[in-house]
Ligand binder design. Structure first.
Ligand SMILES: C[S@@+](CC[C@H](N)C(=O)[O-])C[C@H]1O[C@@H](n2cnc3c(N)ncnc32)[C@H](O)[C@@H]1O
Length: 286
């Protein structure tokens, strides 16, 4: 189980494909490992290059929501291959940028790919989001891009984020938020398929999904105020088709690949029905 948490199965698939020099996979997931953001989805063309640009745009939307600006210290928790740190490194000056991830293989790739721009400092640290190895009040911004559902506890992560943020600092996350009426269905799915889904997606076990009211309560409990929320579901929808194609190509055929495909289709369907929302949330220190 410990290994499933640190070394998520879908990252094993990505790392194998990267090693085998699968160009499409490297373009799509070699930097960012998250959904894309399309300002106008009618312009999405289902190509790998289009998805790469949309994934970069999601990182830009996140740093804008977080108020990232020159001269800041930014911590990106669950940083994957360092794509969001790279994006901020390219666009801002006098930055102290730190990426944290629990998987040493991802940290190694991030270190190899992302070199500090002239006026910036960049560091990647192997650690758990719920046990951050940093002093109190050491960052202006904490980000968690499409990863909080994997963490052992949202509450412990929020407490850690609150601890390492300076006064006036901001925590910005993005997450899949089911509407309340979807919760019983998720519980049933979890009961029957929870073990399989945990193998593939680690802690994204569906029972950990959080509703909007859960986030509001969590913010209050951990010393934050929810200062901004954006529903960007519509802007992310073209991600499903292209990721299905890429995963189908990268995953060895078998029951696992079929279930991955079904999960992706089900997520697209509930998202299109408005039952699962892709949200960006920003929290300020209360
Ligand atoms: C969907 S990926 C997102 C990666 C990155 N944020 C991005 O947007 O490219 C989820 C990430 O969360 C990381 N992760 C999972 N559990 C973690 C934990 N307890 N502490 C730190 N990172 C974790 C995974 O290793 C993976 O890199």
């Amino acid at each position: 189980m410990q290994n499933q948490v640190k070394r998520l199965r879908y990252f094993n698939i990505f790392l194998d494909s990267i090693e085998q020099k699968d160009d499409d996979l490297i373009t799509a997931f070699g930097h960012h490992v998250h959904w894309g953001y399309w300002k106008s989805t009618s312009l999405a063309n289902n190509s790998v290059d289009d998805f790469r640009k949309a994934a970069e745009e999601l990182s830009c939307q996140m740093s804008t929501a977080a108020g990232v600006a020159d001269n800041q210290s930014v911590l990106d928790v669950g940083c994957g291959f360092g794509g969001t740190i790279a994006s901020i490194n390219e666009r801002f000056k006098q930055m102290n940028l730190v990426g944290v991830n629990i998987d040493d293989r991802q940290i190694a790739r991030a270190r190899q790919q992302v070199k500090a721009a002239e006026t910036n400092q960049v560091e990647f640290v192997e650690a758990d989001a719920c046990k951050l190895p940093f002093a109190d009040a050491s960052f202006d911004v904490v980000l968690a891009v499409e990863c909080i559902f994997h963490f052992p506890s949202r509450e412990l992560f929020f407490k850690e984020a609150r601890r390492v943020l300076r006064p006036g600092g901001r925590l910005t996350i993005c997450d899949f938020i089911p509407v309340d009426m979807l919760m019983p269905g998720l519980g049933i799915l979890d009961f029957f398929m929870g073990d399989f889904l945990t193998q593939t997606y680690g802690q994204s076990n569906l029972r950990y999904n959080y509703s909007l009211s859960d986030y509001e309560k969590l913010a209050q409990k951990t010393g934050f105020l929810l200062s901004q929320q954006r529903d960007i579901t519509v802007n992310t929808l073209p991600s499903y088709e292209i990721t299905r194609q890429l995963m189908r190509k990268a995953t060895p055929p078998g029951i696992g690949a079929e279930i991955d495909n079904l999960v992706n289709q089900a997520m697209e369907w509930v998202s299109r029905q408005g039952l699962l929302r892709y949200m960006i949330f920003s929290f300020q220190i209360a």
